[in-house]
Design a binder for this molecule. Structure first.
Ligand code: FAD
Ligand code: NAP
Length: 333
């Protein structure tokens, strides 16, 4: 074991890998896949993984660069980015060039290549709304394949790459379809509107929205550089109407967001808080004081300790609300 992964996962877990290879091009990736005999792990920014142990194998760190404006039409612009591009840098590039669609997704950590994996989303927008296509390398054959939007089966923090095609492809490049002004602004999240109103902005630009999201996120979410974390540890559960009605009778303060198909989304953070976990600390692990959905590493927590805490939280929520929280973070064992 000779490569420390501490600086390569936002939980800041100390774990080692046998080997670490930085991938800078598709051709290099294809060459590595031909030669490799050990198990391997695909790493982006490490902001959605929990390392339970040292890795007996090779880490392939996706660093394929470059943002490019591919085609410009009257109302739309196609933008591409290599898998290794930092997500927030892509958002800033779009905002800088007055290209709309990514602004609500400001300040999400990680890389472009990982963004379609769980259809990243925040503040009322998911990437499926601006996603056009992606390029990936098939692990078994080394062949390049282009995936169109309909093939990705995007869902809430979900895509085909977390299900049927799990572990089969490595994403190398993503294309986005963005808007030219006038933009369709997404202001459905109350917090965005109140930050804009507080700043006296009544006709916001996409830059104003990006700045508002950056402000809200910086105030509410722990910065992994200060306290190790991987954002929301669990997905927000979406439950059927029958269970919702019975829970709502028991808990009239239950926050809820009805979905178009009759299901209801509940904030996992509220459920966890009701079970008494908000701000709880056990050794160097715990839940964040301002956001119970974010599990944290206060310093030297081991991945297994964070995982054990997650299992305890899952069990409490199951006991109290009859809801099984699904882990959003990818567990690397
Ligand atoms: P990694 O953690 O490196 O990898 C995640 C998974 O994707 C792994 O299984 C990995 O093998 C796989 N993978 C990575 N790159 C590739 C590739 N090129 N090809 C194939 N597989 C690949 N998520 C949201 O959706 N919305 C948010 O608002 C949000 N906020 C966050 C806030 C904080 C403070 C943190 C720490 C995380 C947050 N996240 C959020 C979670 C995380 O940032 C996203 O899921 C992000 O897309 C992960 O990118 P990454 O490059 O770090 O992926
Ligand atoms: P929040 O705004 O307190 O909201 C908590 C929950 O309520 C989430 O389930 C959210 O759904 C839902 N919600 C709130 N307002 C809504 C609205 N107007 N319409 C529909 N649903 C609404 O959550 P937060 O923790 O501060 O995070 C803010 C945003 O950033 C959220 O979109 C969240 O998903 C995202 N985020 C994600 C991560 C991650 O790691 N995945 C980490 C931090 C923040 P949605 O989740 O569908 O938005």
């Amino acid at each position: 074991m000779n490569k420390s992964l501490r600086a390569f996962n936002t939980f800041g877990i100390e774990a080692y890998a046998d080997q670490f290879i930085e991938i800078n091009s598709v051709a290099q990736l294809q060459g590595v896949l031909q030669e490799i005999t050990q198990p391997f792990y695909i790493l982006g920014g490490g902001s959605n993984i929990l390392l339970l142990n040292d890795l007996k194998g090779v880490v392939l760190k996706m660093s394929i660069p470059a943002i490019k404006i591919e085609q410009t039409f009257k109302h739309t612009v196609y933008l591409s980015a290599g898998a290794g591009v930092n997500w927030h840098q892509l958002v800033l590039f779009a905002v800088e060039n007055d290209l709309g669609g990514l602004e609500n997704l400001s300040l999400i950590p990680g890389t472009v290549g990982a963004s379609p994996m769980q259809n990243i989303g925040a503040y009322g927008v998911e990437i499926k709304e601006v996603f056009h296509r992606l390029e990936a390398v098939e692990i078994a054959t080394g062949k390049i394949k282009i995936f169109r939007k309909k093939e990705l089966a995007f869902g809430y923090r979900n895509s085909v790459f977390k299900n049927k095609l799990k572990g089969k492809y490595i994403i190398t490049k993503v294309w986005f379809k963005l808007s030219k002004p006038p933009h369709r602004l997404r202001l459905s999240y109350g917090a965005i509107q109140s930050v804009l109103a507080d700043s006296g902005i009544d006709q916001p630009t996409i830059r104003d929205i990006s700045n508002a999201v950056i402000k809200i996120r910086s105030e509410k979410l722990p910065d992994p550089r200060d306290i190790g974390n991987a954002g929301s540890f669990f997905k927000n559960p979406v439950i059927g109407p029958k269970l919702f009605t019975s829970l709502y009778q028991q808990y009239p303060k239950l926050p809820h967001y009805p979905q178009p198909d009759g299901t209801v989304k509940l904030p996992a953070a509220w459920l966890i808080e009701q079970c008494g976990w908000k701000g709880k600390r056990i050794g160097d692990t715990g839940t964040h004081i301002r956001q119970a959905l974010v599990l944290v590493n206060y310093g030297n927590a081991k991945g297994a300790e964070i995982h054990a805490l997650a299992l305890k939280i899952q069990e409490s929520v199951r006991q109290k609300f009859k809801i099984s929280l699904e882990m959003e973070v990818n567990i690397w064992d």
